[in-house]
Design a protein around this ligand. Sequence first.
Ligand SMILES: [Zn+2]
Length: 436
Amino acid sequence: MYLGKIPHPYTGIRLPDVLLEGILNSYKANSTAGTLGLSFGRETAPEEVVNTHGYPITLGHTGTSIKEYLTKASRAAQEKDVVIELEADHLIIGSSSMAVKRIAGTFEKKRISEEEIKSSIEYNKKEINEALSTEAVDFFTIDASALFDQKEYSEDKFRRLNLVGEYETPAEKRCAIKFARAIDVMQDLYECISRKKENFGFEISLDETKERTAIEEMDFVLKEWRARGLDVDFVAPNVGFRKRTDFTGDLIELEELTRDLNNIAGRHGSLLCFHSGSGTSSYSDKGKGTYEALLKATNKKLKYKISGVYIELIFELLSRSRHRGVFERAYNDTLGFLREEIKNRGELATEEVKEQVKNAENKSEKSPGEEFFRFNSYLALNFRDESGKRYIREGIINAYKEDETFKELVDKEVEALTSRLIVGLNFQGNARYLKT
Ligand SMILES: [Zn+2]
């Protein structure tokens, strides 16, 4: 069901067959109503894309289709009698490879062409339709950060924008130029959803930027969005989090920025959501003191997203089990894939990746904590053999299904990881807020 504006966790179910059991057990044990989802711009894709060989590896890189995760999750939650919300997360405008690089910290200056924007909108609508066809989806998050315009301000340019709100200060006008196009496209997708579905939740993602979100930026986006008569439950700012990395910045500064953003969001009737929630390891949360700072700044009313950390955990467990071969194959083939990317100057050969691969070359022992692997092992789920089989994805699922001891270990560890998030961010018992 659509949960509305209550504090709650979001967890990514990249491998529904393996992750649903532990996650739902944790939600149930903690009387927590939470969201399950996958990112539409990266992690999942329409069935037709997942079933066809030859699409870019970053597109739907979990090998789990929109239809698969929505139907499996809704069935599993019903069987366990747990209240969940199902989200179509990160509908992304722009290319999937640009989007995966963005979350890894590489921001391309390349502008996206009108042609690309148009085909991206079409692709997103196709994804929305597949999600709606399952009748299981309740919530949508849109990320149009590829359209945030960094160009210089000009009065002429400002006058040509189609804005509904009234803006007078230079700061507002600069924000208008930066965000107007993104807002137009988000509105287009929002209306595509609202024409077909009455009751749904909505989130605007502002976090995939190089800089932290400024107060006036969030204020502008929400003001214009509301002026257009559109709803938004959550808004995700950039507060300086990096994917798969603990927050090591100044905690006081984090708390202050978050409090200011939270006040703005509240003034427009929305709550904050935090993306890139995974830390450096599956046991580090987001670094010491980070959860506490967010709780204080938001008065405990927040939404928080994690996803990649579950797959890191699975590889860690595989490496310590009798299925270590599956981990080693993922390790070797991810390294091999990245070497090829670098040699061919492929799309994923960023400076960071080159450095990570160089560091791994001299190591004799293969560890799931090795940087290149932590940051790129998500690709392994989408590696295929000659027959088109996703051999690592299937290797994990088979180990889980055929080895009762391994399954028990995975269920226990996935539940514990989810419960650390729930307890750490004070989500226990949130189901009491639900309107019945
Ligand atoms: Zn995001």
